[in-house]
Design a protein. Structure first.
Length: 261
């Protein structure tokens, strides 16, 4: 069965489930069917994306309700953001980083996307409001928004899957703006990211008390960071070259030497 419906942007503020959790959902649907219909809003999926994906893989038809087919007064009073939050927050056990990412996505939604106009402008939901709705600190939402704006797709997905904390992801984005580098680090795992970031002594509370006053000011972090980035890129290049055939390695060597002269 091919997919007919696309997800609504508001529904996309919550990440899709994956892995064992999705397989468990699919197995339950296969045995018991669908316990409730999905919901379409403006012709797109507002609720039921995971069930719909399972239905497509299983070849089972899924029932739908549409907001536009409700009573006119119900449609006028319908708040799609509040609906998505109420349907998902009680179903899913979300950790702080996941909540922060959801709040950050809400803060990037234009109010025009949720059919609310303010002074004729499409203003974003304030971060304080978004953080309150998801019960996270505004600082966490700011960190998540930085990751959404500057992180590679793999890094964003890793935070949403709770493989990497949003605070670590924000530090990585600030230390490395090359998304290809970010992607390689995410692939290498959390320990590789920690090694790459390697906080300065004054950023480690357990070491700060042992350092002489003024040591932190003498620590030239930008220079160290530049060397670490260069070192990581060199190690990445070594890994790539080690997997090449001899003639391919010769081409890469000649290419590098040409640019060094």
């Amino acid at each position: 069965m091919t997919e007919q419906y696309k997800e609504h942007p508001i529904a996309a503020i919550f990440p899709m489930i994956a892995g064992p959790e999705f397989e468990k959902l699919k197995a339950d649907i296969k045995v018991h069917g669908f316990k409730e219909s999905g919901l379409l809003f403006e012709g797109k999926i507002l609720d039921g994306r995971n069930r719909y994906r399972a239905s497509c893989e299983l070849g089972i038809e899924m029932n739908w309700a549409e907001v536009e087919n409700s009573e006119p007064e119900d449609v006028a009073a319908f708040d799609p953001v509040a609906y998505v939050l109420s349907q998902n927050l009680h179903r899913r056990h979300l950790k702080q980083s996941q909540r922060a990412m959801i709040a950050a996505k809400m803060a990037t939604l234009k109010r025009g996307d949720i059919k609310t106009q303010m002074d004729g402008k499409q203003n974003c939901l304030p971060i304080d409001d978004a953080s309150g709705l998801l019960s996270v600190s505004p600082r966490s939402v700011i960190a998540a928004k930085h990751v959404l704006d500057n992180g590679c797709k793999q890094l964003i997905e890793a935070v949403e899957a709770c493989e990497i904390a949003v605070s670590m992801a924000e530090k990585l984005c600030k230390a490395c703006d090359d998304k290809r580098e970010q992607m390689r680090l995410v692939k290498d795992g959390k320990d590789a990211i920690k090694l790459f970031l390697n906080p300065t002594p004054h950023e480690q509370p357990e070491l700060a008390g042992d350092a002489d006053e003024g040591d932190a000011d003498d620590y030239d972090y930008p220079v160290v960071k530049a060397f670490k980035v260069a070192d990581y890129r060199l190690n990445t290049l070594k890994k790539i070259v080690s997997e090449l055939e001899p003639f391919e390695a010769a081409i890469v060597r000649d290419w590098i030497l040409e640019r060094l002269h």
